[in-house]
Design a protein around this ligand. Structure first.
Ligand code: SAH
Length: 267
């Protein structure tokens, strides 16, 4: 019996797969990839003779049946998924039937599109004294949101929100954030196909105009919405600096010149 690895392929750029993921692909006998988003370029690491299939037309049962059949015949089988497999990746639904079939499972994390979107726009999702919290979420579409997780409820924190799977629901994003007390001119960043060579689009706007801007750019899929009080900080003249590199701040690896703060637990 072989092992099935759920490997995060990263957000699109084939160079953004992890070394571990790439090495596993290079040793795989069978790879099932999520066709709609995973760049075929990720296949470049597969060995000659490796069986490669696209799951875009398969239902869950077919996917798990394929993985089980291959794991019964081969040592290393890969399910290649976009971004990180643990975010909106139906991971557990696929793991349960493998567990039931007695097949060993491993997960290799991937660079999520949330991180890739912030990176390409040179944004930090956390900023000292502005926000130290990131919420990864989506708005309710066909998939219902659990109790207490409406965007309006989550947005009350005024922390960074990375909103997946919601680009066609921008109207709802706007109204829920306004209802949570965000202002019409709050900055919003939308990145389509973050990190995809030659296909990435970055759109910046405000809560009130981002929808029109996305319509003008014809962005209707594969896009990340980031709303955050930290957006645009690159251009702030009065940025609060992180304690980590403050010369008056002692931590485990550096002694302060004139220590003023040394809270326990700050490393
Ligand atoms: N596991 C993935 C998310 C899968 S859900 C991850 O960690 O990124 C699919 C949603 O992810 C899309 O609707 C979009 O919101 C986002 N997404 C995936 N790839 C993207 C990319 N390259 N650029 C921007 N958003 C992306």
């Amino acid at each position: 019996m072989g092992k099935v690895w759920f490997v995060g392929a990263g957000p699109g750029d084939p160079d953004l797969i992890t070394v571990k993921g790439r090495d596993l692909i290079a040793s795989a006998s069978a790879i099932l990839y999520a066709g709609s988003l995973v760049s075929e370029a990720a296949m470049r690491w597969a060995p000659a003779g490796c069986e490669i299939a696209d799951s875009k037309d398969m239902a869950l049962e077919e996917i798990t049946a394929w993985l089980i059949a291959k794991a019964q015949a081969h040592e290393t089988v890969i399910r290649l998924q976009t971004g990180d497999p643990g975010l909106y990746g139906a991971l557990i639904e696929m793991v349960q039937p493998l567990d039931a079939a007695g097949i060993e499972v491993g997960v290799v994390p991937g660079v999520s599109s949330a991180m890739a979107s912030a990176a390409t726009a040179v944004e930090s999702l956390t900023l000292p004294e502005v926000t130290q919290t990131v919420i990864l979420t989506r708005v309710e579409g066909r998939t219902p949101m659990p109790e207490g997780e409406s965007l309006q409820a989550l947005a009350q924190h005024h922390s960074t929100l990375c909103i997946f799977l919601s680009i066609t629901l921008l109207k709802k994003v706007q109204s829920e954030l306004l209802a949570a007390g965000w202002s019409e001119d709050a900055p919003v960043l939308v990145v389509q196909k973050a990190s995809w060579p030659d296909e990435e689009k970055i759109v910046r706007g405000t809560l009130s105009d981002i929808r029109d801007r996305c319509i003008a750019e014809k962005i209707t899929s594969q896009a990340m919405i980031i709303v955050s009080p930290a957006l645009g900080a690159r251009h702030w003249p009065d940025l609060k600096k992180s304690k980590l590199y403050d010369k008056t701040f002692t931590h485990r690896f550096r002694k302060a010149e004139n220590p003023v703060i040394n809270e326990p637990g700050n490393e």
